[in-house]
Design a protein around this ligand. Structure first.
Ligand SMILES: [Zn+2]
Length: 68
């Protein structure tokens, strides 16, 4: 094992250690992370009038189910 790689590994370890210490000082870091927002699949959501119609016709909403 070469001494050079040994030093490199230690430096990397020190850096990770330092970052952990730094993060400890940040407020709110102990709080559990917020759950990822889940995009609800809502078929009843009205699409934009120029968006493709949700019914799958391929027409614009305003020219399909959004007509009238
Ligand atoms: Zn439609």
């Amino acid at each position: 094992m070469s001494k050079k790689s040994d030093v490199g590994a230690r430096r990397f370890h020190d850096k990770a250690e330092k970052e952990r210490e730094y993060k400890k000082q940040l407020p709110g870091e102990d709080d559990p992370p917020l759950p990822e927002p889940v995009e609800p699949i809502r078929s009843d959501k009205t699409p934009g009038r120029n968006d493709p119609c949700a019914c799958g016709s391929g027409k614009k909403y305003k020219q399909c189910c959004g007509k009238g």
